[in-house]
Structures are given as structure tokens and as C-alpha cells.
Ligand binder design. Structure first.
Ligand code: CA
Length: 224
């Protein structure tokens, strides 16, 4: 099984890595929240062990972003705080379990094992806006029953828009979610990709789904 450990204290991270490797898991370590988010988004981990206090992006935000993008990998939160509020907040955001530091290593292993046994939750449902559908699991996209071929980036962009139908998405939001970085000086990368998508998704259909909100960004919706 593949486990991602997101933990900025290198000592703790390597201690967890060692223990999990002894149990024959493949372990990757991310030392800050941004790195952890990117790794969890793009690699199929079976469990993520996530510290809450992290540089760059805290554990709550990492978890929130993962769940909002449909990444349903089980997450075990590590928290140095034992306030009930932190645990509740973590669980509300979609964590599957939590452990308060300092913890006994045996307990961490037991909890990781429990999450691995539970397996992955059901795959995300097919996304649908009007007659446009996108299946995150098979990566099939179709409109009016006809298949649409998309590049990987176009797919990510459309998936992000379809997960937020009716919501205006700024270029900054799009670049952070789809490219995981901000395009400060060349934001027209996003405009270019939205135009590619438009051609594939809207061309030839009376009902346009991708709309420009002048000076703000883009929105995917049924209403003109
Ligand atoms: Ca920390």
C-alpha cells in the first residue's frame, strides 16, 4: 500500500516513514502543505497521514482542497493540539480519523491499518451539467451522448468547473486548482485553455455552458 506522510518535522516524518516501511508500505514524505497537496492530488495513495500545523498550507486547507476536488483517499490527521474543536473541524472537512501528538507508534500503525482495511470509499459520482457529463473515474466526457476527447489539462479544467457549477471562478482560483501555481505574468494561459475547452464543449450546441464573466473569470452554467 502507498502511504503519503505530510509532516514538516523531519524527525517525526522519518520516524513514521521507517515504521510504515517496516510494515512493507511504500511511503512518500511531503514536508509542507503545498507539496503534500500536489502529491495527494496526482498520485493514487491508499492513505494520507496529515499533520495540521504545516508551512505554506495548513492541514485543514490541504484536506479541504482534496475533498473539494473529489480526492477521497482516507486521511488520518495528526494534531499537536487536543482541543475538541480541532478534531471536529478536521472530521467535518472529511478526515477519516485523527491522532493527537505525542502518540504511541503502535497506535498510529493500528489506525493506518484500519483505514487501509476500510479501503477506498465509493468512487465519485458522474458529474453532470445540462447534457454534459464527466466521469472522474473513467475520465470519459460526453455531451448530448457524443464523446469529447480532452487533453489532461483540459480534463482537469473541465472537472474543476463542473465541480463548481454556477460559481464564478477567478483566474487565480483556476490556476491554483488546475495548475497548482499562480500564473502572475501570463494568466492568458487560462484564457487559452478555456477557449480550447469551449471549442470542444460548446461548439455546435445552441446552449452554451462556459461563460465569461468580464473582468472576473469564468463560470459553467446552463443559463446564458
Ligand atoms: Ca507540524
Amino acid at each position: 500500500m502507498r502511504v503519503l506522510v505530510v509532516e514538516d518535522e523531519e524527525k517525526v516524518a522519518s520516524f513514521i516513514r521507517k515504521g510504515l516501511e517496516e510494515e512493507h508500505h511504500a511511503v512518500d514524505v511531503a514536508l509542507d502543505g503545498e507539496e503534500g497537496l500536489t502529491m495527494a492530488q496526482f498520485s493514487p495513495y491508499d492513505v494520507v497521514v496529515l499533520d495540521l500545523m504545516l508551512p505554506k498550507l495548513d492541514g485543514y486547507r490541504v484536506l479541504q482542497r482534496l475533498r473539494s476536488e473529489g480526492v477521497e483517499t482516507p486521511v488520518l490527521i495528526l494534531t499537536a493540539r487536543d482541543g475538541v474543536g480541532d478534531k471536529v473541524r478536521g472530521l467535518d472537512l472529511g478526515a477519516d480519523d485523527y491522532l493527537t501528538k505525542p502518540f504511541a507508534f503502535e497506535e498510529l500503525l493500528a489506525r493506518v491499518r484500519a483505514l487501509l482495511r476500510r479501503g477506498k470509499p465509493q468512487r465519485s459520482p458522474i458529474l453532470k451539467v445540462a447534457d454534459l457529463t464527466l466521469d472522474p473515474a473513467t475520465r470519459r466526457v460526453s455531451r448530448g451522448g457524443g464523446p469529447i476527447e480532452l487533453t489532461a489539462k483540459e480534463f482537469s479544467l473541465l472537472e474543476y468547473m463542473m465541480r463548481h457549477p454556477g460559481q464564478v471562478l477567478t483566474r487565480t482560483m483556476i490556476s491554483e486548482h488546475v495548475w497548482d501555481q499562480s500564473f502572475d505574468s501570463y494568466t492568458n494561459v487560462i484564457d487559452v485553455y478555456v477557449n480550447y475547452l469551449r471549442k470542444k464543449v460548446d461548439q455546435g450546441f445552441d446552449l452554451k455552458l462556459i461563460h465569461t464573466v468580464r473582468g472576473v473569470g469564468y463560470v459553467l452554467r446552463e443559463e446564458p
